[in-house]
Design a protein around this ligand. Structure first.
Ligand SMILES: Nc1ncnc2c1ncn2[C@@H]1O[C@H](COP(=O)(O)OP(=O)(O)O)[C@@H](O)[C@H]1O
Ligand SMILES: O=C(CO)[C@@H](O)[C@H](O)COP(=O)(O)O
Length: 513
């Protein structure tokens, strides 16, 4: 028996799952780590805490599965994208990682827009400069922390740091590299033009591979720490959205997924490179050779529910432990008591600014339409509905590029909720399915590992064999009409409040920054 290990270095924690050759999970482990917010708009994590959590999760999985270490054929990675990890010449981490949802780098994104130009940025990298992308984070360090900047020898993405600890190899893959703004997405290699224009040494960036390619083996030190064998291969892996798409079978034309993780993403496969002229959708390499994808991103999808749970769900959080279910289940059960449309209560999920379609890091979250009639159930449901409207904004732009959209596959933690899936179906006005497995990007990472180890002939073939859709939810015409009507107001609210978001942002910087 050969086993495959998928490691997903997520935002809330690391998920490690061991699968057999037939894609069946043998054992899994989740280990959380903290997210630090040292100032308004800043989000950081400690790479050492990712590694400690990964080691603990791998040890747990190996012990729980009883699989012999030498039977683990290969490891594949998935990871939160865009985060900046800086290493010095000795391979030591220089400062905490600056994450994908950090909002501090608007000035650096504006600087790139002014000095390189949005059009040239899209021509060279397929994407406009956005605060979320790694390049702006590196420029921020250059400007604000020159001592740190001078020590840089290597720039890595989050999962690639974990691979470095596991193998000693510096490497990246085409899908994750696409989210740095240093990458020529059309040619699938680092962009000399962009690196030169930004004055960033190309030598800082690691070699780039297709996602299934083998980049090394587990090192003796990492084998001692994790319990894995030094014979185990390690493949390049993918950014969490591309890895999740592989796990969902989004590897052929017409396949589209909607993921509610901490962020929310609508993801469509493309076999040619397609770009939104205004850069509102990301155009990235897929984890499938010769393929690309477009995706729209909601900054705080599950993140909005997490915020609500933390602020209003202390009782549920305490009770969940006793009842053996999670707090989100209790909260979404309560949301089901409010009707579709939440009796006129609307939520704009811009708690961490917004990417698609507004590209505005200063956008703010809003509850609109509150009356004394509204109860907690309405608040919870309106958050779920607001996230769905935001994903619908992403879907509309994808359809606007002429990409065919059939049924939509829902995934991520939020898709565990049948209510959220039915809200998605009614807001999209389309059938929404999920897949049989709920290991998400870790499953995709393991399939990529299987291709790299030669167990499966291709990523598409692995998906054809192992990915099954289940649980189709059809849209209900009455609810579709309700959401179409409220959706119009949702969209007009951003237009009405855009100026106020900017003013509030300035005031927060002035008084609380
Ligand atoms: N049972 C549930 N019902 C509704 N939402 C859920 C449930 N479980 C998790 N979630 C949502 O999923 C999010 C986490 O999704 P996940 O895919 O695990 O995220 P990430 O990969 O970003 O860490 C949570 O923030 C929460 O909003
Ligand atoms: O920023 C993006 C994609 O562009 C996010 O997908 C991050 O890669 C992490 O998101 P979660 O998986 O934690 O929601």
């Amino acid at each position: 028996m050969q086993a495959l290990l998928g490691i997903d270095v997520g935002t809330s924690g690391v998920k490690v799952v061991l699968f057999d050759e037939a894609g069946q999970p043998l054992a899994g482990a989740l280990r959380d780590y903290p997210l630090y917010q040292p100032a308004p708009g800043f989000t950081e994590q400690q790479p050492e805490e990712w590694w400690a959590a990964t080691v603990a999760a791998i040890r747990h999985v190996m012990a729980a599965s009883g699989v012999r270490p030498e039977d683990v054929a290969a490891v594949g990675f998935s990871g939160q994208m865009h985060g900046l990890v800086l290493l010095d010449g000795q391979g030591q981490v220089i400062r905490p990682a600056i994450l994908w949802n950090d909002q501090r780098t608007k000035a650096q994104a504006d600087w790139i827009a002014a000095h390189v130009g949005v059009e040239r940025s899209i021509a060279w990298t397929a994407n406009p400069p956005l605060p979320n992308f790694t390049a702006t984070k590196l420029l921020w360090v250059r400007e604000h922390e020159p001592d740190h900047y001078q020590r840089i020898a290597h720039v890595l993405l989050p999962k690639d740091y974990i691979r470095f600890r596991l193998t000693g190899e510096l490497a990246c893959d085409v899908s994750d590299a696409s989210g740095t703004l240093f990458f020529d997405v059309a040619a699938r290699r680092w962009s000399d033009e962009m690196l030169q224009a930004l004055g960033v040494p190309a030598a800082w960036l690691p070699p780039v591979h297709e996602s299934h390619e083998v980049v090394g083996r587990v090192s003796p030190e990492a084998a001692a720490a994790t319990g894995l064998a030094t014979s185990t291969l390690v493949v390049a892996g993918a950014g969490d959205q591309a890895a999740g798409a592989v796990g969902n079978g989004i590897v052929e034309p017409g396949a589209v997924s909607a993921t509610i993780g901490t962020s929310g993403v609508v993801f469509a496969f493309t076999d040619t490179i397609l770009k939104d002229p205004l850069g509102r959708l990301h155009t990235f390499c897929h984890a499938v050779p010769g393929a690309w994808h477009v995706m729209g991103v909601t900054q705080a999808a599950g993140g909005s529910m997490q915020w609500l749970r933390n602020q209003l769900g202390q009782l549920e959080t305490a009770a969940a432990g006793l009842l053996g279910i999670d707090a989100y289940e209790l909260l979404t059960q309560e949301a089901a008591q409010a009707p579709a449309g939440s009796e006129g209560l609307l939520f704009l999920p811009y708690l961490n600014g917004e990417r698609t379609p507004h590209l505005n890091p200063a956008a703010k979250g809003v509850f609109f339409g509150l009356t004394s009639r509204h109860q907690r159930a309405h608040l919870i449901r309106s958050v779920m509905e607001g996230v769905a409207y935001s994903l619908q904004d992403c879907l509309a732009l994808i359809e606007g590029l002429g990409i065919p959209v059939g049924e939509i596959r829902a995934s991520g933690g939020g898709a565990r909720s049948p209510l959220w899936r039915s809200i998605l179906a009614n807001v999209f006005g389309r059938a929404v399915t999920t897949i049989h497995a709920n290991e998400g990007p870790a499953f995709g990472a393991a399939l990529l590992a299987g291709v790299g180890a030669g167990i499966y002939p291709s990523v598409q073939e692995a998906c054809r064999r192992f990915v099954r859709t289940v649980g189709a939810v059809e849209p209900d015409p009455q609810a579709v009409a309700v959401y179409a009507a409220y959706g119009e107001i949702y969209r007009s609210l951003y237009q009405a409040l855009q100026g106020e978001f900017r003013k509030v942002d300035d005031l927060v910087r002035r008084f609380h920054g």
